[in-house]
Structure formats: C-alpha cells, structure tokens
Design a protein around this ligand. Structure first.
Ligand SMILES: [Zn+2]
Length: 232
C-alpha cells in the first residue's frame, strides 16, 4: 500500500530537481542523481588548513572549518542555497547537509563537538522568512551526529546590509556588533560547531567568532558551511 500510495503521490505531486528542474525518480530527493554526481565539490580536507580555515587564522578559538561545494553566481547549484533560503523549502538544506554529514562523519570532524550553533537571523528576518535556513542545515547534521542544536544562546540584533559593493573594510565594519551571546554559561568549556549556509567574504562568520570568543574565553569553535564562494 505504501508503495502504491507513494506512486500515486508522485503522479499527483511530481517533485523536481532543485538544480536542473527535471522530474525526480523514485529514491531521489531534492536533487537528481546526475546533479548530485556533478556537484562542484570543494574536496577540502576538513581537518586541515583549507581555504575556509584561512579566514580564521587570527582566531585561536577556531580549530577546524570547511565547506562542501563551490558557490558561484549563475551556477545552477546556487539554487540549492537560494531556493532553500527564499522559496519555502528548508528541507533541501537539511537533506544536503545530512548527505555531507554522513560523509564527514568518518573524518573525525564531529567527534569533539558538543553542540551545533546555527548562525542566527534577526528576529524580524526570521519572522518574515518563516525560518532560519542555517537551523535546517544544523538539523541535517544533527540527524547524523545526534548532537544537540542550540538556538537560544547566541542571538542577532540586526541583519547586515547587502555587502556586494563594499570594500573589505566596509564589509567588516558592516558586521561589527550585530551578534551577542545571551547565555555564556551554557557555552563555557564547550566545543561548538558554528553552522551557516554559505561563506563568501567570511565577514559574518568572523564577526560571530569574535563575539563568541570574547563572551566565552574558553570556547572552542569549528565552522561548517554547505557552500563557499569559488574564489575562497
Ligand atoms: Zn538535476
């Protein structure tokens, strides 16, 4: 019955690949097998000094950082990020991050982590969008690792302005003082995994790291993003 039910469901509500738009086959979710195989993977060593980790060289609290695939404007794979973010399909981010977490689980990347900390949205932004994409990515990681997700200890007061046309210095000023730690005692002595959908300039994540490290001096931090800009 279940198979018949799902067959009928597929006929009535066909699902499409978020990247190429083709109809998904049985067993495929969110992305077709071909697009998944061609995903522009970074192949970064999550435990080494890779290009994402280079953003955090000045921050001794940061132990490891990695991103899974390359993000470039105009590339169809950016839809995995933009559609998850703006088209009311947060399950896509969760699905992809679950695949990534299964792969990373063998690398030791998660073994010392105590809890998952999604990069927060401001209350207004979360309300208007309906959800925080980073929280859904964290859920995918939690599905595999069973690590707890903390969405209460670290908050965002406002959203930074769009950074596209700013210089590096302007971008940095733009993200100063937008986060704060509400419950530093909950993070004391922990090793957190800071989670975001994409890293471009690194300014937002560096601002998170700076705020967290100042509020909780013995905090250990690792960073996980689904994607990173090609020129990282
Ligand atoms: Zn596809």
């Amino acid at each position: 019955m279940t198979t018949i039910g799902s067959d009928i469901g597929r006929l009535l509500f066909p699902r499409f690949c978020k990247v190429c738009g083709s109809k998904l086959n049985q067993g495929e979710e969110h992305i077709c097998t071909t697009c998944l195989r061609r995903l522009p993977r970074t192949h970064f060593d999550p435990m080494a000094l890779n290009p994402v980790m280079q953003h955090f060289m000045g921050y001794p609290a940061v132990e490891h950082a990695t991103a899974y695939f390359f993000y470039a404007h105009g590339n169809a794979y950016t839809r995995l990020i933009t559609r998850s973010k703006y088209s009311d399909s947060p399950e896509t981010g969760r699905y992809i991050s679950r695949l990534v977490a299964q792969e990373l689980a063998g690398s030791g990347f998660f073994s010392a982590i105590d809890l998952l900390l999604p990069v927060p949205l401001s209350a207004w932004r979360k309300w208007s969008r309906g959800y925080n994409q980073s929280e859904w990515i964290a859920r995918g990681v939690a599905d595999v690792t069973k690590l707890p997700i903390d969405t209460k200890s670290f908050i965002r007061h406002r959203h930074n302005e769009t950074q596209t046309h700013m210089t590096r210095e302007e971008r940095w000023k733009n993200v100063q003082h937008i986060f704060s730690v509400r419950r530093p005692e909950r993070l004391k002595g922990r090793h957190i995994l800071l989670i975001d959908d994409v890293v471009t300039t690194g300014a937002t994540l560096m601002s998170c790291v700076e705020t967290l490290a100042q509020a909780v001096p013995d905090l250990r931090i690792s960073v996980f993003t689904l994607a990173c800009a090609r020129n990282e």
